[in-house]
Write a protein that binds this ligand. Structure first.
Ligand code: AMP
Ligand code: GLY
Length: 424
């Protein structure tokens, strides 16, 4: 079967790497891809969010299965376009992708199902939001309703900090995403992410991960798209996972079906776990980046069979074969990220790195220029290790990162330290 992966980050390199390990994979394309995916697939210059162009390419190449990496193409309706063309796709319809595209939509679905989440109020008007804020006080979480590339959330310790976030959102800091603002309670506990395959009716837990969102060691610095991850998440014991499936995921999947917008694809539940009770922080409708790197490292080639079963509505008969292993990934970013930074710095030492099922340097924003690989964005590489223990996975990942010759890059040195859970 010929397969197309949409996206060009570390997540998509990891997806392509796992798919490639499955003998069912014929030709493999990644659009647009990066210097890493070019080593195991054909990169295609195609806008992943252009449904008509994606369908035309898939038809021309006889693609049998499309895996959508990022959220933007899903929100733009690319899965709808592929489904209408009769091409199997992993990823929800635009209507179901609202679980990521609108935080108030998700809150309403939670309210309809009783899924536990932080108490909230939504405002389309700055004065009303500020008045509510003064009444309720701090600490409080301020969120832009729409997609803001991970930047639309402020956990504010004071009313002044929260008010500044409210004002910034209504002043357009997050574009249209910030025209509606949520104020919600701060949830305490340990954060963990649960990844669930959903085929519209059946939900199958695929694995868990802990994501390190802050830029610097000790959870200092600004929020990023994710500076590292490990899998499994210690907070998601079998009992907690079962509880999250029973109280959050399955009721939401049933509610989406009842509304006539069944959810088909990866449901990523960002959870806060306190005293064994998981509460929903947010949904995403795709794999995380860098969480996909650790999940794919652990799943290997079976990831393709599971994703296909999901796309084809066969999850009721599917099973995940988990090894009792761990994976950890360290994101290497250009100095300055997530703020302003340059591009084009040369990355050396790549040729002598090992690449196998225990150690993989996934590429995120890289491109080949002449004979060299250069950085092409903020998050550039994800050094990933797998092992029998977290410590072994960690040593392999950090060994890889240290072998990369890239003076313009930086990475956190404390991914996986202080497990269980993320340092706070
Ligand atoms: P989100 O984009 O909704 O995942 O939010 C980004 C991050 O903000 C989350 O990963 C949490 O660390 C934090 N966060 C969001 N909502 C809450 C909340 N209600 N309580 C505590 N932390 C939160
Ligand atoms: N690493 C967080 C995300 O992909 O949303």
């Amino acid at each position: 079967m010929d397969i197309l992966v949409l996206g060009g980050g570390g997540r998509e390199h990891a997806l392509a790497w796992a798919i490639r390990r499955n003998p069912k994979c014929g030709r493999l394309f990644v659009a647009p891809g990066n210097a890493g995916t070019a080593a195991l697939a054909r990169n295609v210059a195609l806008d992943p969010a252009d449904g008509a162009a994606v369908v035309a390419f898939a038809r021309a190449e006889g693609i049998g299965f499309v895996v959508v990496g990022p959220e933007a193409p899903l929100v733009a309706g690319v899965a709808d376009a592929l489904a209408a063309a009769g091409i199997a796709v992993l990823g929800p319809s635009a209507a179901a992708a609202r679980l990521e595209a609108s935080k108030t939509f998700t809150k309403e679905v939670c309210a309809a199902t009783g899924a536990p989440t932080a108490a909230w109020a939504a405002f389309d008007d700055e004065a009303a939001a500020l008045a509510h804020l003064r009444r309720r006080g701090a600490p409080v979480v301020v969120k832009a309703d729409g997609l803001a590339a991970g930047k639309g959330v402020t956990v504010a310790a004071t009313v002044a900090a929260a008010a500044a976030a409210v004002t910034a959102a209504f002043a357009g800091a997050f574009g249209a995403a910030g025209r509606r603002v949520l104020l919600e309670d701060v949830l305490a506990g340990e954060e963990a992410s649960l990844f669930v395959l959903c085929d519209g009716t059946t939900a199958l837990a695929l694995g868990s991960a802990v994501d390190y969102k802050r830029a610097f060691d000790g959870d200092a610095g600004p929020n990023t798209g994710g500076m590292g991850a490990h899998s499994p998440a210690p907070a998601l014991t079998a009992a907690v996972e079962a509880r999250a499936m029973a109280t959050i995921v399955r009721p939401v999947v049933a509610e989406m079906a009842r509304r006539g917008t069944p959810f088909r694809g990866i449901l990523y539940a960002g959870l806060m776990v306190a005293a064994g009770i998981p509460r929903l922080v947010e949904f995403n409708v795709r794999f995380g980046d860098p969480e996909a790197q650790v999940l794919m490292m652990r799943l290997g080639g079976q990831a393709l069979d599971l994703m296909l079963a999901c796309a084809e509505g066969r999850l009721a008969a599917a099973r995940v074969d988990w090894a009792d292993d761990h994976a950890l990934t360290v994101v290497m970013a250009t100095r300055g990220y997530p703020g302003p930074h340059g591009t084009g710095s040369v990355i050396g030492g790549l040729d002598r790195l090992p690449g196998d099922s225990r150690r993989m340097l996934f590429h995120a924003a890289t491109e080949r220029r002449g004979g060299e690989v250069v950085a092409a964005g903020g998050r550039v590489l994800a050094a990933t290790g797998r092992g029998a223990t977290l410590a072994e996975a960690r040593a392999r990942a950090y060994g890889l990162a240290a072998a990369v010759d890239w003076p313009e890059g930086f990475y956190r040195h404390d991914i996986g330290d202080g497990a269980p859970g993320r340092p706070r």
